[in-house]
Design a protein around this ligand. Structure first.
Ligand code: ZN
Length: 480
């Protein structure tokens, strides 16, 4: 009932405040005089975002990444532990998700989307649950439907995918299989905190791999590790790869990827000498009074880092295939069916966004210093912002930049020029082009020449060169 009346109210509002001019491409909202120009150009005037920064109270009211994501209209908090992704934020999320797709395709993984609702019976079968759960004192979000079936809003999908694949993996010819999804996951956090870092609902990429034997599972493990390194190198922020558990099957097969951050709630010990890093649990017990532990590889003293865990790789062996009965017939005639060797590999998509926002937020503005967001080019909501300064050729400049292949938006709103610059600083576009009467001013933070003035005829090629330069930047080395 509530949703119906809300829809009606919304429609009523639309009817009274919007007037659509048939036969033209303009939609006018009379109460506020916004003109939606639908001419194929991406314009901030027709891209929904806040027209003035919202009041942010409570946790994170400073210029930290989380507050900037809220102020800039990337995300909005619905309630403790869950957030909406608004148009700016969704563009970042979609771009990151698309980059992950490229790296998953590079190892032959296919994308699917499993149902978020999961039967508890599979979890009882795998042994992760020992009895049916009611909503209550645990981290799983348990739900019951009208037929009294016990279900979960899934935090991970090992059981579901193992069970699903049973009829499809019966012979050695059906292997290997690599399947992944990027979907919303659920966990009933006791104390949601730090914005997108500890939430009840989060976006995660989870890859599940299925191999015939340990040897091929280890090859898969190495391939995924390689794809993860390529992804994190592309994002351009330095990261730590920590050994989380040394296995019984020769070599390690449990790694975590971390961003060093003062916001982090994890501890990773790193070695300055050989570059190794370790999760606390693989080191001899560390107490506050004891000396730093030594590197397991080179015996150098280790340094402790507070970190945000953003990804993990984990060899599961037959942890799920045995209890759920995922077996296959080998090439040897007469041999009994053998359980499949599995791996699971996660990437915290919304966590990476939060980590980038907090690590890259930096002072900006000349006359009155403020703190604004910054984004690596590959995940920025838009790569280039064009701001018209005087009556002139902003549309031509926009068109040439768009034709050169850059992801560009034009701030053609009614706000004053200085207000637009402030907004640009908050959002963190990698490149800002200000179109004056004579020349265009191209601004980019974090490169050798942050401001250049060029003729209109070479704006597009200069922007491309600046974007190239920005893509090569190691973001952690920047101060501004
Ligand atoms: Zn070392």
């Amino acid at each position: 009932m509530i949703s119906i009346s809300r829809t009606r109210a919304w429609r009523l509002e639309r009817c009274t405040t919007f007037k659509i001019r048939l036969g033209t491409t303009q939609v006018r909202r009379q109460s506020s005089q916004i003109i939606l120009q639908l001419d194929g150009r991406t314009r901030l005037s027709s891209f929904w975002t806040y027209r003035s920064a919202p009041d942010i109270t409570g946790e994170g009211t400073n210029d930290d990444g989380q507050s900037l994501l809220l102020k800039g209209g990337f995300i909005a908090q619905e309630a403790s532990g869950y957030f909406h992704f608004l148009p700016f934020g969704l563009r970042v999320q979609d771009k990151l998700s698309a980059i992950i797709d490229v790296h998953m395709r590079s190892i032959g993984a296919s994308k699917l989307a499993l149902s978020s609702l999961t039967s508890q019976s599979l979890w009882l079968q795998s042994g992760r649950l020992t009895q049916p759960l009611e909503a209550g004192n645990h981290e799983l979000l348990a739900v019951r439907d009208r037929k009294d079936s016990s279900m979960l809003l899934a935090p991970t999908h090992e059981e579901v995918i193992t069970n699903f694949l049973k009829p499809h993996i019966t012979s050695h010819r059906d292997l290997p299989v690599r399947l992944y999804q990027t979907t919303r996951k659920y966990r009933d956090e006791l104390r949601p905190r730090q914005g997108l870092l500890r939430t009840k609902e989060f976006l995660m990429k989870d890859l599940y791999t299925f191999d015939a034997d340990v040897e091929s599972a280890m090859e898969t493990y190495g391939a995924v590790l390689g794809a993860y390194h390529a992804l994190f190198k592309q994002l351009g922020l330095s990261y730590l790869t920590a050994v989380a558990d040394s296995g019984s099957i020769g070599g390690t097969h449990n790694h975590e990827f971390h961003y060093a951050s003062l916001l982090g709630e994890d501890i990773v010990w790193s070695c300055n000498s050989c570059g190794s890093a370790y999760n606390e649990e693989v080191l001899p017990a560390v107490t506050e009074t004891s000396a730093s532990p030594s590197c397991l590889k080179c015996e150098n003293k280790l340094i402790s880092n507070s970190t945000i865990e953003v990804a993990h790789t984990f060899f599961l062996s037959t942890r799920y295939s045995v209890p759920l009965g995922l077996t296959y017939q080998t090439a040897t005639p007469g041999q009994a069916p053998v359980p499949v060797q599995m791996g699971c590999y996660g990437i915290g998509v919304s966590r990476i966004i939060a980590a980038i926002a907090s690590k890259m937020a930096a002072p900006t503005g000349r006359r009155k210093p403020r703190v604004g967001l910054r984004w690596p080019v590959c995940v920025a909501p838009f790569e280039v912002l064009v701001i018209p300064k005087e009556e002139g050729s902003a549309e031509t400049v926009y068109d040439t930049i768009a034709q050169s292949g850059a992801d560009v938006v034009m701030d053609d709103g009614p706000e004053e020029f200085m207000r637009k610059l402030q907004h640009a600083d908050l959002i963190g576009y990698p490149v800002v082009v200000i179109c004056g009467k004579e020349k265009a001013e191209i601004r980019a933070r974090g490169i050798e020449t942050p401001v250049v003035y060029v003729e209109e005829s070479v704006v597009a090629e200069t922007v491309q060169r600046v974007l190239e330069e920005l893509r090569a930047v190691k973001h952690d080395e920047l101060s501004n």
